[in-house]
Design a protein around this ligand. Structure first.
Ligand code: 9MR
Length: 336
């Protein structure tokens, strides 16, 4: 961790609990960070930017889109880092920890990757070059990278992505090794959704991590996205986080939000408060759960309504940047 982060972390740790906000409480609970995703298009909104830079609540950020493949290598061998750099510089200026998201994902790929009909060896060299160049560019600035994003189907089989179809699972160690070589100090993660509770997909993730470790492939963490539904936090969450940690890796909650069917009623917001509290408490209880990131902090910029019509209100602040009961749920999760 850069010296700036160590100093801000120490500062957070000595504040009395009554004055504390989300990041301070996370540190007081022994965690490395509490943070949020953000996106470049949001950075023209001054009140939004002010709260984004409030390190008492957020001392970690993730770029929601601008470090993805379509943003960073839109044509083969041509790398564009301007948008990603904006987020990286914001983090640096604010003294916030930065998470890299992501190197290899089936989504948000440029068409030269999806339609290239590359053979195994060529696609592996493309994956290697992409990860190596991306991770090298941000070397020293990024604490953890989601090197592999969403490799599984919900039944625990491997997703039939362009990478899997050409290389089987070989793209996974190729990407991880390239990332390790590019920035030996960054922690390397595999990140997925619907691995919050126990089940086929979580078992598949555990088996993959175990197999990578037994082959000496670098892997440091499992990212549990936690795009959840109000009233449906899996009861096995804490147990599942612990079983991931027992594999010899750390875990992070990387993309937390809790959506509901609109309109948001008092009862739904109260349940959402409880759900946020349950998730935070589970991370608190598992020492290898190192931090939590919410997938943006305000409903104003949540991805949910765009992907699930009729649903939303998933974040701890509402569309007017006002704290919802969910905020108190996070506070309670860290403190109780
Ligand atoms: O928040 C991101 C949204 O702006 C994009 O339109 C979307 C495209 O798929 O990706 C969102 O972020 C996703 C993340 O990268 C991976 N996990 C699921 C997230 C929500 O879709």
């Amino acid at each position: 961790m850069p010296a700036k982060h160590i100093i801000s972390t120490l500062f957070l740790a000595i504040l009395p609990v009554g004055y504390c906000q989300l990041a301070q409480l996370a540190v007081a609970a022994g965690k490395t960070y509490f943070g949020t995703a953000t996106d470049n298009s949001e950075l023209t909104d001054s009140p939004y930017v002010a709260q984004l830079g409030n390190t008492s609540d957020f001392h970690q950020i993730t770029a929601a889109n601008s470090m993805k493949w379509d943003a960073t290598e839109p044509s083969r061998g041509t790398f564009t880092f301007a948008a990603g750099d904006t987020i990286a510089n914001l983090a640096l200026n604010n003294g916030q920890i930065l998470r890299g998201h992501n190197c290899v994902w089936h989504n948000q790929l440029p068409s030269w990757v999806t339609s290239g009909n590359f053979d195994n060896a060529t696609l592996l060299s493309i994956v290697e070059n992409h990860c190596s160049t991306l991770v090298s560019h941000y070397k020293g600035n990024i604490d953890s990278w989601d090197v592999i994003n969403e490799p599984f189907n919900d039944d625990g089989t491997f997703r039939q992505s362009v990478f899997f179809n050409a290389t089987g699972t070989t793209y996974i160690p190729t990407a991880l090794r390239a990332a390790r070589a590019a920035d030996p100090n960054a922690k390397l993660y595999i990140n997925d959704f619907n691995i919050e509770g126990t089940g086929a997909k979580s078992t598949a993730m555990a088996n993959l991590v175990q197999s990578l470790k037994s082959q000496g492939v670098p892997i440091d963490g499992i990212g549990v996205q936690a795009h959840l539904i109000v009233g449906e936090v899996p009861p096995t969450l804490q147990q599942n986080l612990q079983s991931f940690v027992n594999l010899g890796v750390e875990v992070a909650i990387t993309e937390l939000d809790v959506r509901m069917t609109l309109p948001a009623t008092d009862a739904l917001l109260a349940q959402q408060q409880q759900d946020y509290q349950t998730v935070i408490r589970a991370c608190k209880a598992v020492s290898g759960c190192i931090g939590v990131t919410i997938w943006d902090w305000t409903d104003k910029y949540s991805w949910v309504p765009g992907s699930f019509p009729g649903q939303g209100a998933a974040c701890p602040w509402d569309e007017n940047l006002v704290k919802k009961p969910a905020y108190q749920g996070i506070v309670n999760g860290w403190t109780q």
